[in-house]
Design a protein around this ligand. Sequence first.
Ligand SMILES: [Zn+2]
Length: 191
Amino acid sequence: MVVRRITGNNPGVMQSEGKKAAPVACPSCGAVCDDIDGPTHPYLAATRGCWAAFGAIQADEMARFGYPAIHGLVVDAYAASHGGDGTDRRDRQSVCIHLMALCATLERGETSPGRIALLQRLTAQPLQWPAVDRPDGVPALNHTHVAAATDLDEYTHRAGEWASAVWSFWVPAHPRIRNMLQAWESHRLRE
Ligand SMILES: [Zn+2]
């Protein structure tokens, strides 16, 4: 029998491989998901159950709504909720660019195509991204907020609320992220 240790909020609980354990809360976003067997993201700090649940939400979004304009904000909200400890360059990049995208969208009214163009420019070359200190706790909302939406209007509205909650969670980092976005745009104007 293979025994493994559950990560998350029940670090001392042991379970047998193949059996479904009690749901656990993701320490990064607070979503309570089944502790399933399966992969987790290579650098986002998500539990396996949380990552699987978000995959299901994205598959459901695609099946029901195609590729809605709000998709990008959903990705930003999830990624910005699941920053790691900053030791992995990809983790630092993810936190920075998705917070910059949230800032551009929520504070400046950036459009979905504009957001995509911003992320493409930010990731076009390997830049040195700083580690942004994550506040304690978890955002007020997580992906479960959008999972139960009955139609695209509700999904879009709830995704906006979720993204705003994640951006608010990062309030100590707002000046830094705004400066990074402004510096990036100034640099672009000089090119
Ligand atoms: Zn999570």
